[in-house]
Design a protein. Structure first.
Length: 141
């Protein structure tokens, strides 16, 4: 099992002029659909395409970043059929596969959202590491 492709198909961001004393950021990621994917030389493996949606909302109603895209996942053909069957039945996928897919989406989208946020003068979507007053710079314990 392996993720062999990742792409963005849509990136949308907007910012209002409404200023607030305190801005909170919430992030959400979801798989919106799963479908068969055609890739070259896939025998004896097959592929599926996970479509995702990643959203960062800056509240109250300050800004929003949305990203959509695809992840291509390759596995043995019978396993791919099982994944598609399970998705069609109850919109669920084996937790280990979903964990890999979601972690990939989060890693790629968080980096992109940090860049977009910087360009839009927004607070970061996650707290960045900082040195504390007690920290000693440039020494090893």
């Amino acid at each position: 099992m392996a993720i062999v492709g990742f792409s963005f198909t849509k990136i949308h961001f907007e910012r209002s002029n409404k200023l607030a004393n305190k801005i909170s950021v919430s992030n959400n990621v979801s798989v919106t659909s799963i479908e068969e994917a055609n890739i070259l030389d896939q025998s004896p493996n097959a592929a599926i395409r996970f479509k995702y949606l990643f959203t960062s909302k800056y509240e109250p109603d300050f800004a929003k970043i949305e990203m959509e895209g695809d992840i291509v996942f390759v596995e043995k053909e019978d396993k791919i059929k099982d994944i598609l069957k399970q998705w069609k039945k109850n919109k669920q996928v084996d937790k280990d596969i979903m964990k890999d897919v979601m972690n990939t989406v989060l890693q790629k989208c968080f980096v992109q959202a940090l860049v977009i946020g910087k360009d839009m003068n927004l607070p970061t979507i996650v707290p960045l590491p900082k040195l504390e007053d007690k920290a000693t710079v440039g020494t090893n314990p």
